[in-house]
Design a protein around this ligand. Structure first.
Ligand code: GLN
Length: 278
């Protein structure tokens, strides 16, 4: 069978299950099997061996059950770098990329020591370390398996000298002062997890999504704790859910933080808040 034919078949199977990204998914899956890029696959029509076709169909059937492409390929791109991902960690998302630019700008040429709370794959922490040579970071996560995944990424990116990763909660961080506390905490309202797409609710770790009854449990905790672990002019950078802007602003204010920057996503929702204690 020719590559274009296989893509059409795979795409049709996925489309019948209402998978919107059916075409691109089929292309990505086939390029993964043939170990080529999607661009090359689309230009160079070729024959597929029987074994590769079987493998293709097998992966298409995983996608049919709504397994995210990132878990199938075990990778996801974040700020132009591939991160290793397995189902124990949340898949890096484009809205989280919004957090990074202001941090890079603010701490360029400065020495930065930061804490990443709920590091997951390590995408936030490792992007900062990659782009700021004078930075050092501590990444924590309550999930041991997530920490193992982040350690793989840390090693691949060769950043071990400037970072450490620990399986622990923010409650256990004492006697340290950071220039920056950054976090993409779980912030989905517990009872709304059921309404998320199947890709997310069936496959992504609940612990990385569940923010308790109002979605703000962990955000509150990070804000409260940051008061004592940030340096005086330190910065707290938080990703929040759509619609949480006002509530998070109030929590920040009540804890003595002053907001210095808010970033909106392409749907015009505030998704990142930067604040400081002075
Ligand atoms: N952005 C994710 C989602 O809506 C949630 C991630 C999180 O809770 N930090 O699926």
């Amino acid at each position: 069978m020719r590559t274009s034919e296989a893509i059409n078949i795979g795409s049709k199977i996925l489309r019948n299950k209402n998978i919107v990204s059916h075409k691109i998914d089929a292309e990505i899956i086939l390029s993964h099997i043939l170990k080529t890029s999607r661009e090359k696959l689309l230009i160079n029509e070729q024959d597929i061996s029987h074994t590769d076709l079987k493998r293709f169909k097998k992966i298409i059937s995983r996608r049919l059950k709504k397994e995210p492409i990132a878990y199938i390929l075990n990778k996801k791109e974040f700020r132009s770098k591939d991160f290793y991902v397995v189902k124990n960690s949340l898949i890096p998302r484009p809205e989280t990329e919004l957090l990074i630019d202001p941090i890079i700008k603010k701490f360029k040429e400065k020495r930065l020591y930061f804490l990443d709370v709920g590091t997951g794959t390590g995408c936030i922490m490792l992007s900062i370390l990659n782009e700021l040579n004078n930075s050092r970071g501590l990444g924590i996560d309550i999930c041991n398996k997530a920490i193992s995944v982040a350690k793989v990424n840390l090693k691949t990116m060769n950043l071990n000298r400037r970072a450490s990763l620990k399986c622990r909660s923010i409650d256990t961080i004492y006697n340290k002062k950071f220039d920056l506390v950054v976090s993409n905490p779980p912030y989905v309202v517990k009872r709304e997890i059921n309404q998320l797409s199947e890709d997310i609710k069936k496959f992504e770790p609940q612990k990385a999504l569940d923010g308790g009854h109002d979605g703000l449990d962990v955000i509150r905790k990070v804000i409260y704790k940051s008061k004592s672990i940030l340096k005086l002019n330190g910065i707290l950078a938080l990703e929040i859910g759509s619609g949480q802007n006002n509530s998070v602003s109030t929590i920040l204010r009540l804890n003595g933080f002053r907001e210095i920057k808010k970033i909106k996503d392409y749907k015009d929702n505030v998704r990142c808040i930067f604040s400081t204690l002075i």
